[in-house]
Design a protein around this ligand. Structure first.
Ligand code: SR1
Ligand code: MG
Length: 405
């Protein structure tokens, strides 16, 4: 019989106590279930009177956001813990330390990051993170390069691809991002006030043709081991530190899907701030910061990726043929397209973002949704001609002015 069962808080404390070298013997420990994501239980275990403790993350056999009617593999916990370990090794300091993985309980025990905040929350509150572009550029460049055919033994990469076959989690993405928003799906979830915009998504053949290309890329382009769900709710930050968490959607896919996810969530926050910040100068400043961050993330990523290529590219023909420039030009275009898809899904699809859904005023909330849809659909439609990251800044600024002006 399987030993799997959802842990009680008391059981979580006992598991945490068994991790050597963290808590004093016999210490009084408290547990709080803090999971606010869509899928898992998360326990925060602390010792009375001391700062940091441990995080225990346990996969549930169904999608928490929907309920037991949506069963979901527990193998995602293995994938997440293995991805965390790989990402932590490739990008030191940018992922939480994993202390233990207990497969029979689908349980990962990891570093407590409660001295950080979830980046989505920090941005909603109008905070800035000047070191973030360098940190996430480093994370993206190193994790994507060193798990790809550019930076990893190509036979080992094929074997590693096999360990990250993640069909159920990929299916969620395939449905929620690359299908549902463009059809009448029971998964969709949007305010009737934006019915006209939702209908336009369903009827736009030009848009469907571009989404189909991006969907096919997600299905087939096994370029690198992706995080797979790299939104700002999967990133913990302080002013000086960035930690990427939650890679349960990890699989071998197109690099632009991860980079685009970061861009999309910065742009969703920028759209949301139009309904949150009432002071025009403060709004302009914060949006300028967000759009600068978009540009810097790409620049930091590209600089590092080029340096890694110069020093570590394993493939002679790819290295010596000038292929890097061709690759990066296509990657930028993928980044635009996937960023757009990720914006659209957060407005009309199943799972939204608090940046926009938490805007108190209903009219401003729905205006922010229209703004986000306009930016997202433009990114998708223009992705195959994108030649510079500056075009992303320009598209966002233009749509903000057009829809709010
Ligand atoms: C049913 S899961 C919904 C969403 O939550 C996760 O964070 C992923 O973004 C997924 O698409
Ligand atoms: Mg997650």
């Amino acid at each position: 019989m399987s030993a799997y069962h959802p842990l009680t808080e008391a059981e979580a404390i006992e598991r945490a106590r068994a991790v050597p070298g963290v808590f004093a013997p016999g210490a009084e420990l408290t547990s709080r279930e803090i999971g606010d994501g869509n899928l898992n239980l998360v326990f925060h275990i602390q010792e009375a009177g001391r700062g940091k403790g441990l995080i225990l993350k346990q996969a549930l056999p169904y999608a928490k956001v929907v309920g037991e009617s949506w069963p979901l593999t527990l193998d995602r916990a293995r994938i997440e813990s293995e991805a965390l370990i790989i990402q932590g090794r490739l990008a030191p300091g940018l992922a939480p330390k994993v202390y233990a993985f207990e497969p029979e309980l689908a349980l990962t025990i990891m570093e407590d990051l409660s001295d950080h905040v979830i980046m989505r929350r920090g941005l909603i509150e109008g905070n800035t993170y000047p070191l973030f572009p360098g940190h996430i550029g480093e994370f993206l460049a190193r994790t994507l390069f060193f798990t790809s055919d550019f930076g990893m033994n190509q036979q080992d990469k094929k074997l590693q691809t096999g360990r990250f076959i993640n069909p159920e989690l990929c299916k969620i993405t395939e449905d929620l991002i690359f299908d549902d928003p463009y059809t009448k799906s029971p998964n969709n979830n949007y305010d009737p006030a934006i019915e006209a915009e939702a209908a336009a998504l369903r009827e736009d053949a030009e848009l469907h043709a571009e989404v189909a290309r991006l969907r096919y890329g997600f299905l087939t382009k096994g370029q690198a081991l992706l995080h797979g769900d790299l939104h700002t709710g999967s990133i913990f930050v302080t002013k000086t530190s960035t930690k990427v968490i939650d890679p349960e959607f990890a699989y071998y896919g197109p690099m632009g899907f991860d980079i685009g996810a970061v861009m999309a969530n910065l742009l969703l926050n920028a759209a949301a701030q139009g309904g949150r910040m009432s002071d025009a100068a403060a709004l302009a400043d914060f949006r300028a910061y967000l759009l600068d961050t978009v540009v810097q993330v790409w620049a930091e990523f590209e600089t590092r990726f080029r340096a890694l290529w110069a020093e570590h590219a394993v493939d002679r023909l790819l290295r010596e043929s000038g292929y890097l420039n061709v690759f990066l030009a296509e990657l930028l275009q993928d980044t635009f397209g996937y960023a757009g898809c990720k914006m659209v899904r957060r407005i009309v699809g199943l799972a939204h973002v608090a940046d926009i859904d938490g805007i108190p005023d209903e009219a401003l909330r729905n205006r922010a949704r229209r703004v986000a849809l306009a930016v997202g659909t433009t990114l998708i439609k223009q992705h195959r001609t994108a030649a510079s990251i500056e075009e992303m800044r320009a598209i966002a600024a233009r749509e903000f002015a057009a829809k709010e002006g």
